[in-house]
Design a protein around this ligand. Structure first.
Ligand code: CO
Length: 428
């Protein structure tokens, strides 16, 4: 089971590739892609459907045996974007001896120092000329070899480096790409890499969304191989647990929904993010196709439950003082229910009780997280989604260390626990 997760992580260096791989799994399981530009047509019990937005978010539906208006739906949501660096337009910057570095812009909130001195690569999408300006073609790019690196300054130039370094997002985090070999490569090194990889002409390229990614494969470690080390555990590990559960769960009376959003790390306010009305619109169309009324969707929402799955902070053995004194989830201790008095998380006593019961019935331990009261903490999908679809729901996630590091650490046991709990939830 853990190898499937590791393979998914390695094959999914950025949001676009993650969505492509999730869609591939759905295709193999017999799900049918729907085109939101066309009428939905009739929707039957047992139909397995999915739809994408912007090639960077995906929503899968397994239609229950009873209409949504009568029994609602069970939704698991997660996000497929992770903190990284985006390649800026006109990115190449020439240096002494023909060395070329790339101009980048920070995406989300990475721990920037963790991106230094490790082999990186490029992934994303390249937009090429189509038949007309309104319909360019999209090609996915993933260069599967070490290609770039952001190098540290030698300690001899900064003797205080181990006392903490303030990093400039413009100056310090620009990766080197290569050394120009001839005049033709001058100003063209990046384009050349893209064209070689995709077997296209540089004149066909109109634009791109390209990002840096860790080039070192995910792995397990520890005496018992109990830990996972990988980039993007937040939140691809939850995306994949949701997918595994959807594929494993039995068909029930209730419609099962898996929603994988983009842009959580930048606030979710895009057409493919949790702040978009897109998912609500699709659910409305499905409910209407089932029952012929708009009313059906509103009834369904009141009967539904959402599990907003985004990784939580595991207790770090070197930094006990940063954690709440009585609620500090541990690696291997099972999925974590997150609470926040200021309502940054959707969980309340009712929704937490429901999720804890689901875990108990699945034979899975579960834990609870609240911030140390002097530490601000983060936010996530649940409440943003609830502002467009007022669902009952819980914010939860598997515990990890070093959230937003280039490589985060999770637990093998927790992945199995989470898939079990999610499968139980879908099966209710
Ligand atoms: Co996250």
């Amino acid at each position: 089971m853990i190898n499937r997760l590791l393979n998914f992580l390695d094959a999914s260096p950025v949001n676009f590739l993650a969505v492509k791989n999730l869609c591939g799994e759905l295709d193999r399981a017999g799900y049918r892609q729907i085109d939101p530009r066309m009428p939905l047509g009739s929707v039957q019990a047992g139909d397995e459907l999915y739809v994408t937005k912007n090639d960077s978010s995906v929503y899968a539906f397994r239609i229950g045996q009873r209409p949504m208006a009568e029994v609602g739906f069970r939704m698991i949501c997660a996000h497929c974007d992770s903190p990284t660096f985006r390649i800026k337009p006109n990115a190449e910057m020439d240096g002494e001896g023909g060395i070329v570095k790339l101009n980048t812009e920070v995406y989300g909130g990475p721990i920037m120092s963790t991106w230094f001195d490790r082999p990186l690569t490029l992934a994303g999408r390249v937009i090429v000329r189509g038949l007309d300006p309104m319909n360019p073609k999209t090609l996915l790019l993933y260069i599967k070899r070490p290609l770039l690196q952001i190098s540290n300054l030698a300690i001899h130039f900064n003797r205080e480096v181990n006392d903490g370094v303030k990093l400039s997002r413009q100056k310090d985090v620009l990766p080197i790409l290569g050394i120009i070999q001839d005049e033709l490569e001058k100003g063209n090194l990046l384009l050349r890499v893209i064209c070689d990889e995709l077997a296209i002409q540089s004149t066909d390229i109109l634009d791109f969304d390209l990002y840096l990614a860790d080039a070192t494969p995910a792995c397990t470690f520890g005496v018992h191989n109990e830990f996972i080390s990988s980039g993007r555990l937040d939140d691809l590990s939850m995306c994949f647990a949701g997918l595994e559960a959807l594929l494993a769960a039995p068909q029930t009376a209730t419609t099962q929904v898996l929603a994988i959003f983009d842009n959580e790390e930048t606030g979710s306010q895009t057409k493919q993010g949790a702040g978009s009305p897109f998912l609500a619109t699709i659910l409305k169309r499905i409910a209407q196709a089932q029952s012929g009324t708009e009313e059906a969707f509103y009834q369904a929402v009141e009967r539904s439950f959402m599990v907003s799955a985004d990784n939580a902070h595991a207790w770090h053995p070197n930094y006990s003082d940063k954690y709440d004194p009585t609620n500090h989830p541990v690696l291997g201790g099972g999925p974590v229910i997150k609470f926040n008095a200021a309502q940054k998380y959707a969980s309340d006593a009712v929704s937490a009780a429901i999720f804890a019961e689901i875990c108990r019935e699945a034979g899975v331990p579960c834990q609870r997280f609240v911030n140390h009261s002097d530490v601000a903490g983060g936010s996530t999908l649940g409440n943003i989604l609830a502002s467009s679809i007022p669902l009952r729901g819980v914010d939860m996630g598997n515990p990890i260390l070093a959230m937003h590091s280039c490589r985060e650490t999770g637990s093998v046991a927790d992945h199995a626990y989470c898939v079990k709990a999610f499968t139980q939830f879908y099966g209710l």
